[in-house]
Design a protein around this ligand. Structure first.
Ligand SMILES: *Cc1c(COP(=O)(O)O)cnc(C)c1O
Length: 360
């Protein structure tokens, strides 16, 4: 089978996966590792699956340099379930947690956390429709933790430097996890739905400083208690076996590319190519403060409203999929996650030039 891409997939999520991962994952559905059974029909307690989840965990640890003081968990319920699991587990009823509000996903995290303690929003970029990352914030008093969203998938902003307020940093990294090197020791917890940069939907990666668990003093449902999943190695109940398998393949791919430094280099090169076009093309304009631009989700607007429909039409004809912007920003959004090849970004850039030659 040729490994040619049928379409250029700029979807925000679930999103593009490496072709080699798709190929191996589809083979495993038919016959996993030659055992005569599908990956979909074997027990999560089987030695075959045990090897998969163990390799997934050890690859996460290796790729991000994570030591034993952190648990690496594979949970269900999406990143959205971490919006409430975090405060349930880590925030006492009469404690305060600090949050930085940088868009839709942080707002959702804040809404959930308010049910479990006092929430102090120490900075927000809502005043300019989340088009920047706040640089100044008030220092929280005795916060149990500070929660941020490292990459704002919808508005296209990204923290390029992480805030330090002296409280454990908890980070929703759903849309930029493993897109650049990270110093995990600076975080109390990192979580990410897999479907942007790590695999298919259905599994959420949680990296958690073990000593933070149990501090809320709350009685929790077994499934919503991090300690349960730490004790059982993410196997208290049936984990999402196939998503974990595909995530493991994607981690192998990241490692094979040379790890996070090499991945970051590719991501920077792709983003530079596209932002350079946005900044020089008379038909398009960026939506985000330049220093806060996301390397993953590139948002841009047409300089005239009447450009929008014909450009999207041209994209469709060129096999470019998923570039229509989120309704809250409008215009276009090109998501260029790890697995997006530079040549697909080049196709988009060439098309923008062709569009400008016709309309600009
Ligand atoms: C997609 C996304 C989410 C939601 O993830 P689910 O797995 O659908 O719950 C949360 N945060 C960010 C930053 C996202 O990009």
């Amino acid at each position: 089978m040729a490994s040619t891409i049928k379409k250029h997939n700029f979807s925000a999520g679930p999103a593009i996966l490496p072709q080699s991962v798709l190929k191996e994952a589809s083979q495993a559905v038919k016959n996993f590792n030659g055992i005569g059974l599908s990956i979909l029909e074997i027990s999560h307690r089987s030695p075959e699956f045990d090897a998969v989840i163990k390799e997934a965990e050890s690859l996460v640890r290796e790729i991000a340099g994570i030591d034993d003081s952190y648990a690496v968990l594979f949970l269900t319920g999406g990143a959205s379930s971490q919006f409430y699991m975090t405060p349930m587990n880590l925030l006492g009823e009469d404690e305060t947690a600090a949050y930085i509000d940088t868009g839709t996903w942080s707002s959702k995290a804040i809404k959930e956390a308010k049910n479990f303690g006092d929430i102090d929003i120490i900075a927000s970029s809502k005043d300019r429709n989340y088009s920047y990352i706040p640089k100044r914030f008030k220092k929280p008093q005795d916060a149990a933790y500070l929660h941020i969203t490292s990459n704002n998938t919808i508005s296209g902003t990204q923290f390029h430097k992480f805030p330090d307020v002296g409280a454990p940093l908890i980070c929703d990294m759903s849309s930029d996890i493993f897109s650049r090197p990270i110093d995990v020791s600076k975080f109390g917890m990192i979580y990410a739905g897999a479907q942007k940069n790590l695999g298919p939907s259905g599994v959420t990666l949680v990296i958690l400083k073990k000593e933070l668990v149990g501090r809320s003093g709350r009685v929790l449902p077994t499934m919503l208690n991090y300690q349960t999943h730490i004790d059982k190695g993410s196997m208290f109940n049936t984990p999402p076996t196939y998503p974990i398998y595909v995530l493991m393949l994607t981690l192998r791919w990241i490692k094979g590319k040379g790890g996070l430094e090499a991945i970051e280099k590719m991501n920077k090169s792709k983003a530079r190519l596209l932002y350079k076009e946005i900044d020089s093309n008379p038909c398009f304009t960026g939506t985000v403060d330049k220093k806060d631009r996301s390397l993953m989700n590139v948002c841009f607007l047409p300089t005239k409203d009447e450009y929008a429909a014909p450009f999207l039409d041209m994209c469709t004809k060129a096999g470019i999929s998923g570039v229509k912007g989120h309704r809250s920003v409008g215009g276009f959004r090109a998501s260029i996650y790890n697995a997006m090849p530079r040549r697909s970004v080049k196709v988009l850039v060439d098309l923008m030039q062709e569009f400008a030659a016709k309309h600009g």
